[in-house]
Design a protein around this ligand. Structure first.
Ligand SMILES: Cc1cc2nc3c(=O)[nH]c(=O)nc-3n(C[C@H](O)[C@H](O)[C@H](O)COP(=O)(O)O)c2cc1C
Length: 253
C-alpha cells in the first residue's frame, strides 16, 4: 500500500532532474558550526558576494528589515570579541558580523519599494498594498492605542468574514517579525560562506546591550546573532553533527 509519506518521498527531486540539488546538498551537509578558523582572510569580494546572497533571502512584503555590520576595525573587533564572551569562534574569525533586525524601518522601506519598484508606473494594487495594507499591519499608535482598535476590528472580521492575518499589535510582535526575516538572511549568509569554501559559527552567546553600544545602535536595532566566519581549522569542529529523528518534528496532517 502506498502511503502519503511514500508519495512525498517519490516526488523528491533527484540530481538528474535538478543538477543544482547535489550542489545544494553539498553546501548544506558540509556546513558546520566552526569554532576555530585559520589565518586565511576572507577577501572583500567574497564577503560582499556572501552578503549579497544573504539579502536575497525571502522576507515578508520585501521590507528587508535586516542590517549586517562587518566589524573590521581592529579597535571595535577587540571589543566585539570581548562582548562575544571571548569565544574562539569570534576570536579566531577572519570576519565578525553582527546580524541586526530593524523594528523602525517598515515605513521608510515601504516608500523605497514604491520609488524603486521595477515596473513603472507602479501598479495601483502595489501602491495600495504598501500605503494601506502594510501601514494597517504595522501602525500601533502611541501606547498601542491604534492596536486596541485593530484588535477589536480583527475579532469582528474573523467572526463575520472568516480568516484574517493577525496584524502586529505590540512592539514584541514587530520585533518578532523583524527577527524572523533577519534570521533567514543570516542563514543565507552562512550557506553562502560555505559555498565559497569558508565556514561560520552563529553566536547567541554575546552581550547585546554592550554590542549595541559598540556599534552605535538604537532601541529599534536588535542584534539577532553574531556570526564568526573564516576558513575551517583542523581542530575547528568540536563534535560530530547529529539531529533527532526527522519523524519527531515532521507532521503530515
Ligand atoms: C541562533 C544561534 C546561536 C548560537 N550560539 C552559539 C554560541 O554562542 N556559541 C557557539 O559555540 N555556538 C553557537 N551556535 C551554534 C550551535 O551550537 C550549532 O548550530 C548546533 O550545535 C548544531 O551544530 P551544527 O551547526 O554544526 O550543525 C548557535 C547557533 C544558532 C543558530
Amino acid at each position: 500500500m502506498t502511503t502519503e509519506n511514500d508519495n512525498a518521498k517519490n516526488t523528491l527531486a533527484t540530481p538528474t532532474h535538478t543538477p543544482q540539488l547535489q550542489a545544494f546538498r553539498n553546501v548544506v551537509e558540509s556546513r558546520r558550526s566552526v569554532r576555530r578558523f585559520t589565518d586565511t582572510p576572507i577577501s572583500d569580494e567574497v564577503m560582499a558576494d556572501c552578503l549579497h546572497l544573504a539579502m536575497l533571502a525571502p522576507n515578508s512584503s520585501n521590507l528587508q528589515p535586516w542590517e549586517f555590520y562587518v566589524i573590521d576595525s581592529e579597535k571595535k573587533r577587540k571589543k566585539a570579541i570581548k562582548n562575544c564572551m571571548g569565544q574562539n569562534a569570534a576570536k579566531t574569525s577572519a570576519r565578525l558580523i553582527a546580524v541586526v533586525a530593524r523594528t523602525d524601518i517598515w515605513q521608510d522601506h515601504s516608500k523605497q519599494i514604491l520609488n524603486e519598484y521595477p515596473d513603472k508606473p507602479v501598479p495601483k494594487k502595489v501602491k495600495d498594498y504598501y500605503t494601506k495594507v502594510v501601514a494597517l499591519d504595522f501602525l500601533r499608535g502611541p501606547a498601542n492605542v491604534i492596536s486596541a482598535a485593530k484588535w477589536s476590528a480583527t475579532q469582528i472580521v474573523r467572526q463575520v468574514k472568516g480568516p484574517i492575518k493577525s496584524p502586529y499589535y505590540t512592539f514584541d510582535d514587530v520585533k518578532n517579525w523583524a527577527t524572523n526575516n533577519t534570521a533567514l538572511g543570516a542563514q543565507n549568509l552562512m550557506l553562502a560562506l560555505r559555498a565559497h569554501g569558508f565556514d561560520s559559527c552563529a553566536m547567541g552567546g554575546f552581550d547585546e546591550p554592550a554590542m549595541k553600544r559598540l556599534l552605535g545602535l538604537t532601541d529599534d536595532h536588535h542584534v539577532v546573532m553574531m556570526i564568526g566566519a573564516g576558513e575551517r581549522a583542523d581542530n575547528g569542529i568540536y563534535s560530530a553533527q547529529f539531529r533527532f529523528d526527522d519523524a519527531q518534528f515532521v507532521h503530515y496532517v
